[in-house]
Write a protein that binds this ligand. Structure first.
Ligand SMILES: [Zn+2]
Length: 210
């Protein structure tokens, strides 16, 4: 990356150093590309859970230089220019609070998460798709209040029938969850990659619940 003043930062182990060096570094030191920064709001909660608010190392460092964020925690991996070196931030927090949306976006992932990646008719977790509870052909809308996760066989079986006509009623009534309600499900389905330094910020609020 390059800054307006001509300063450029290069990873402290670049391609010129070869693969041997990066393998020697082991798991603790990662390539910069594998060092996303978790972005926290000014209240130290993640700016977003779904998707998890992550910035590339370049964006994180740019925000540090623009004084938009504070560094909360670092990776062991550094980047350097001829004049200085800097550890890559693993967690940054915004200096100004951004009001989070009250309701999560109606997305494929969020709907599956809300339904816990389970068919709402039989509980199966394989071959998931969506089902319009009131079929589209009968005026059913594509919204939180009318769409549920369903396995393909159940989706095919229900077809264009009304739920009571065919005796297929979703286990959980379709509903638009609040962000807080969706977060409760999130801890059961953590993202694939979670850096140790992120843990304190991801699930502390849900841990306080009974
Ligand atoms: Zn099913």
């Amino acid at each position: 990356m390059a800054f307006a003043d001509g300063t450029s930062l290069v990873p402290s182990f670049g391609s010129s150093l070869g693969a041997a060096m990066s393998t020697k570094l082991g798991a603790a030191r990662r390539a910069p590309e594998a060092c996303p920064a978790l972005v926290l709001n000014a209240d130290f909660r993640p700016l977003s859970y779904y998707p998890l608010s992550l910035w590339s190392w370049q964006d994180a460092i740019k925000a540090v230089f623009l004084e938009r964020v504070n560094i909360v925690s670092n990776y062991e991996t550094s980047v350097r220019s001829p004049s200085f070196s800097m550890a890559l931030p693993s967690v940054v927090s915004l200096k100004s609070y951004v009001k989070p949306p009250q309701y999560p976006a109606f997305t494929r992932f969020n709907l599956f998460l809300w339904d816990r990646f389970s068919c709402q008719y039989c509980g199966d977790q394989l071959d998931l798709t969506f089902d319009h509870v009131v079929p589209r052909s009968k005026g059913g809308m594509t919204t939180w209040r009318n769409v549920v996760a369903a396995c393909s066989p159940c989706n095919l079986r229900k077809a264009n029938h009304m739920p009571d006509k065919i005796g297929m009623v979703p286990m959980q009534k379709p509903y638009q969850p609040t962000m807080h309600e969706l977060h409760r499900n999130g801890r059961y389905f953590p993202p694939n990659y979670l850096h140790d330094s992120w843990m304190d910020y991801l699930y502390w609020d849900s841990a306080l619940e009974p």
